[in-house]
Write a protein that binds this ligand. Structure first.
Ligand SMILES: Cc1cc2nc3c(=O)[nH]c(=O)nc-3n(C[C@H](O)[C@H](O)[C@H](O)COP(=O)(O)OP(=O)(O)OC[C@H]3O[C@@H](n4cnc5c(N)ncnc54)[C@H](O)[C@@H]3O)c2cc1C
Length: 455
């Protein structure tokens, strides 16, 4: 555990009990502060447990990447790793492009192995700087930050968007399509995604993991660390107003803390502070419809299959217009009888379920492309739709919040960490990328900055 420090800040209130809020709560409690986490629903945020057909599913994140960041968090907490991370067979999965199916990483015996090696060579100068990029405060006075930024600039060259970087490298069509698809990890089509996202498959390579007991183990670990550090986690407790150091809770209770940290989406926080935050559709990242199926038997499918949009121009126009694209980015995660199908949709807060004709068409596409006729027929299913993601997150249900301008990608973080004296922020909408490495890296950054100023 971190060493307690003498500080005028005794009590810290954290708004939001998602993984970002919980990670920061553990770090600050480890420094000796009395930490309370306020969570409107259940701890875990996007990572929660859902049930379908008698099976339990871990929702939200399914791929654990860049484990160095998790290990850096554990090192700062002084904890051994409870996750037993296991490599996920097939890495980033089979990408079913219109130019043929391509596994990422591309195996040595594949005809495109040479193209893949050319791609990996182009991104590899960044590999040794990744941990620094994800965990170092973006300060021009930090040598680590400057070194990492220089390496990034060297790899990106003049390209601002993922599309521009990929097009300039003239890769074989199947690899280019697969890279465009993976750039959607930014929550944006490749034309709008920062160029950094074109590099991710090469940086991740085969380093894709899952905890032995499933992704829910990440939540269990953080809750255990929090409990042992005396963190109070108040579930079912919504913050309805924030004014100075004062929080108003649902039910009217008022609480004060010496320091507040928001682990909410920035647009939600703005509303709590009485500010407006209009995020037009084109400036939002995508939302999703997550369908968790309990199959009658094991599917026999690879752990991860990816069905890209067949035309990224059409796909982008649909997202900007707020309409459902003819064929959308679809991720399929298979494990025994469990099958998760994640459909990408515009962030419109709309209700969608498995009976909707467009959803039915996307599910038939899954069965056709994966050569599994009737796979999903009659299977029990639980759905989380854009309305669900909007309820505790960004307007419209945008999974990674508002889209940052291209030039603010990577280390040039889109949001300030310190919003006002005594008010800081962490989480998906603050740290670029928004996935687990980004939010854990963001918690480490904020903890480090707070420790520097001795709170
Ligand atoms: C379908 C899907 C697939 C994903 N796949 C991956 C993946 O494979 N790998 C990966 O790394 N990442 C993935 N992600 C992203 C990852 O899940 C998120 O980045 C991460 O869980 C976000 O954590 P967070 O704490 O920042 O935000 P959240 O989990 O959104 O937490 C915010 C919390 O704040 C609470 N809250 C909101 N308003 C209030 C209020 N007024 N008062 C109190 N509490 C409030 C909410 O209820 C919520 O619990 C995926 C996400 C989704 C949705």
């Amino acid at each position: 555990m971190g060493r307690p420090v003498k500080s005028p800040v005794e009590s810290v209130g954290i708004l939001g009990g998602g993984l970002a809020g919980l990670a920061l709560a553990c770090l600050l409690a480890g420094r000796g502060h009395a930490v309370t986490v306020y969570e409107r629903d259940r701890a875990g945020g996007k990572l929660r447990r859902a049930e379908a057909g008698g099976l339990t599913f871990d929702t939200g994140p399914s791929l654990f990447t860049f484990p160095e960041v998790w290990r850096a968090l554990l090192a700062r907490l002084g904890e051994p790793d409870p996750l037993e991370l296991r490599p996920l067979p097939g890495g980033l999965g089979v990408q079913h492009t219109p130019f043929g199916a391509l596994p990422l990483p591309v195996p040595p015996e594949h005809p495109l192995a040479g193209e893949w090696q050319r791609y990996v060579a182009a991104v590899s100068p960044l590999r040794s700087h990744l941990l620094a990029l994800l965990t170092t405060p973006p300060r021009l006075t930090s040598p680590d930050f400057l070194r990492a930024s220089r390496a990034l600039a060297g790899v990106l060259g003049p390209h601002l968007s993922a599309e521009s970087w990929i097009a300039a490298h003239d890769f074989a069509p199947a690899l280019a399509h697969a890279l465009r698809t993976q750039a959607l990890n930014a929550g944006l089509p490749p034309q709008d995604a920062p160029a950094l996202y074109a590099l991710l498959p090469g940086l991740i390579g085969a380093e894709v993991y899952r905890p032995a007991r499933g992704m829910g183990a990440v939540l269990d670990a953080l809750l255990d660390f929090a409990r042992r550090r005396g963190v109070t986690v108040r579930e079912g407790t919504e913050v309805t107003r924030l004014s100075g150091s004062q929080l108003t809770l649902s039910g009217g209770e008022v609480c004060r803390h010496d320091l507040l940290v928001s682990a909410l989406d920035p647009a939600r926080l703005a509303r709590l502070r009485g500010q407006s935050d209009a995020s037009p559709l084109a400036r939002r990242t995508v939302s999703g419809l997550a369908l968790y199926f309990a199959l009658a038997g094991e599917s026999g499918l690879p752990a991860t299959s990816v069905l890209p949009p067949s035309d990224f121009g059409v796909f982008r126009r649909s997202l900007h217009a707020g309409t459902l694209p003819p064929d959308t980015l679809t991720l399929v995660h298979a494990e025994g009888r469990k099958l998760a199908v994640l459909l990408t949709v515009p962030a419109l807060s709309r209700h969608l379920n498995s009976g909707h004709p467009w959803v039915q068409a996307q599910l038939r596409r899954v069965e056709t492309v994966l050569h599994a006729p009737g796979l999903l027929q009659g299977a029990a299913v639980t759905a989380l739709d854009p309305l669900h993601y909007a309820a505790g997150g960004h307007p419209g249900g945008a999974i990674y919040g508002a889209a940052a301008p291209l030039w603010r990608a990577g280390p040039f973080h889109p949001q300030p960490y310190r919003l006002a004296p005594g008010l800081w922020q962490v989480g998906t909408g603050v740290h670029p990328g928004g996935g687990l490495p980004a939010i854990f890296g963001g918690a480490l950054i904020v903890d480090g900055l707070l420790a520097l100023i001795r709170l």
